[in-house]
Ligand binder design. Sequence first.
Ligand code: FE2
Length: 188
Amino acid sequence: MTHAAATGFGSIRGRLDEAVRAPHVEAIAQQVKGVLQDALRNGLSLPGEFQVSLADTYARRLLHRDPDGRYTVVVMTWGPGQRTALHDHAGIWCVECVVDGNMEVAQYDLMSETDGAFRFEQRNHVVAGRGSAGCLIPPFEYHTLGNAAETPSVTLHVYGGEMDHCHVFEPAADGSYRRVRKDLAYHP
Ligand SMILES: [Fe+2]
């Protein structure tokens, strides 16, 4: 199936609006993933100001907020070596797609939690290039993301709402992790 050549985000907004009407979260995520992958194949380009990396952290910029609150679209730009801690998505589904560069993505399963000590096992670990996309559907939402390129990489994220916080998991000496709430904001 082919679609009209995509250029800016406006060219896929209607399809995202349609995708989030699917009856359950798995169907929504699969449809959103298809929309993003089609858009990348068709040459989706993002505004230049969304692709500027920052010196001390990866950049997180809001591209679109659905007026009905069903989803948000966020662009992240990663300088060389920039990466996340192990984190969750506060129970919000997400579809993530690489727009430029190469991203290292690792998924983790939560095995146990005892008295605030969380234990994880790493499941898979991939280096993903332009057009690669993955779905995170809670409770399978624990992962790390990092720029695997020596130049900035850019990713596009569609969240099932507004992710204004998440939890990061800080490693302890015994191999477990401690959960810490992290408030999230957008860079200008
Ligand atoms: Fe994430």
